[in-house]
Design a protein around this ligand. Structure first.
Ligand code: PMP
Ligand code: GLN
Length: 395
């Protein structure tokens, strides 16, 4: 403390170590299987890794790349949006490469918010949303996704969303497919969100990093809905789709005006990053459809493997339609505190998971929910499932 003040400013006082860092450290310390932090234990395609090596050797990107990203990658992002979704973008003015989606989220919120602006985010929300809203001096307004007993999935209540909008609302921070619940918003839901944004003149920042990890339904980019092109900032990332989470290559696509605003902040955060990897990701975005289809099919199988194992171990399982996470409820074990449960899980059975409770403002809604990732090798998932069966006998 100097001047009687703690080092961390007031806006961020509620934030400590991220739950992902905490739980990954717990996994290392206890030698547990880490089904907490979402990162694959198998690297992405060999040819893409080789493309990065080639770029390094050829001296592509070893010095500062251009601020908005290398032209090869910006063009590949624009082509990808056109090919997959029919969205036309100018790679020179409407695409911005960032240090992962994490920087894109931070730069977008720091650019678009004035202190005091309200941001509506779907709860449970990804942890960096809360921190970045706070950094920007905004205030978060959670709209809680509710488990639906009939479908076994989490759903958005559109009336609750509408009711959350106030004259101070600046933007909706959307995430579909949704981490941690695995919810994929439907055409009807997205249409209603779009209509609301237009009616109340709101911006939408939409985090679509799991766009290719959809097992049921389809991913529809919000920017494609009527009236949304001009008011949507779309965020993507290579980390999830190509299994290179350490490369930290992400991007923003939007109108020239909005991209310029985000770039203004981004240039003072990192300026640029990941030079050689940008060239490799440009190649990854052009992989044939078979890559995406196989990756998805493989992950669907892993989802079912882990989901069946969790059910057999006694968890209530909410079936994810997308992402590589499964949210469960520990209530069937007679337990209520997800955080305490996750802290004890290594000792009880040698597995690490994430307590969803930390992604909520509502102290009750997420209290007993725990997230497991299934982006791991089959033998690791089998072993985790075996270990989790021990929970029944512990109780
Ligand atoms: N958004 C969501 C919903 C995420 O789950 C993650 C975690 N990977 C990120 C953003 C961050 O992505 P990146 O690793 O590209 O920074
Ligand atoms: N997105 C990853 C997850 O949800 C974690 C990324 C991180 O550690 N920041 O598990």
């Amino acid at each position: 403390m100097t001047q009687g003040r703690p080092p961390l400013n007031r806006r961020l006082a509620e934030f400590g170590t991220t739950i992902f860092a905490e739980m990954s450290a717990l996994a290392v310390r206890t030698g547990s299987i880490n089904l907490g932090q979402g990162f694959p234990d198998t690297d992405g395609p060999e040819e893409i890794r080789e493309a990065a090596v080639r770029a390094l050797r050829a001296g592509h990107g070893n010095q500062y790349p251009p601020g908005p990203g290398v032209p090869e990658l910006r063009t590949a992002i624009a082509d990808h949006q056109q090919r997959r979704y029919g969205l036309a973008l100018d790679p020179d003015t409407e695409v911005l490469v960032t240090a992962g989606a994490t920087e894109a989220i931070a730069a977008a919120l720091l650019a678009l918010l004035e202190p005091g602006d309200e941001v509506i985010a779907l709860e449970p929300y990804y942890d960096s949303y809360a921190a970045c809203i706070a950094m920007a001096g905004g205030s978060r307004v959670p709209v809680t996704l509710h488990p639906d007993a009939t479908t076994g999935t989490y759903r958005l209540d559109l009336d609750e969303l509408r009711a959350a909008v106030t004259p101070r609302t600046r933007l909706i921070l959307l995430n579909t497919p949704h981490n941690p619940t695995g919810t994929v918003l439907t055409r009807e839901e997205l249409g209603a969100i779009a209509a609301l944004a237009c009616e109340r003149d709101l911006l939408v920042v939409t985090d679509e990093v799991y766009e290719h990890l959809v097992f049921e339904g389809e991913h529809l980019p919000l920017a494609g809905f009527p009236g949304m092109r001009e008011r949507t900032v779309t965020i993507g990332s290579a980390g999830k789709t190509y299994s290179f989470t350490g490369w930290k290559v992400g991007w923003v696509t939007s109108t020239q005006e909005l991209v310029t605003a985000v770039r203004t902040v981004k240039q003072y955060l990192t300026y640029v990053s990941a030079g050689p990897f940008q060239y490799a990701v440009a190649e990854a975005l052009r992989l044939p459809d078979a890559y995406f289809d196989n990756f998805r099919a493989d992950l669907r199988r892993k989802r079912d493997l882990l989901g069946d194992g969790l059910r057999a171990a006694g968890f209530r399982v909410y079936q994810p339609q997308g992402t590589y996470f499964i949210t469960t409820d520990i209530a069937p074990f007679g337990e209520k505190d997800a955080y305490a449960f996750c802290r004890a899980l290594p000792e009880r059975c040698g597995v690490v998971a994430i307590p969803n409770s930390v992604f909520y403002d509502d102290p009750v809604a997420g209290r007993s929910q725990v997230r497991f990732t299934f982006c791991k090798r089959d033998d690791v998932l089998h072993e985790a499932v075996n270990r989790l069966q021990r929970l029944a006998s512990w109780a």
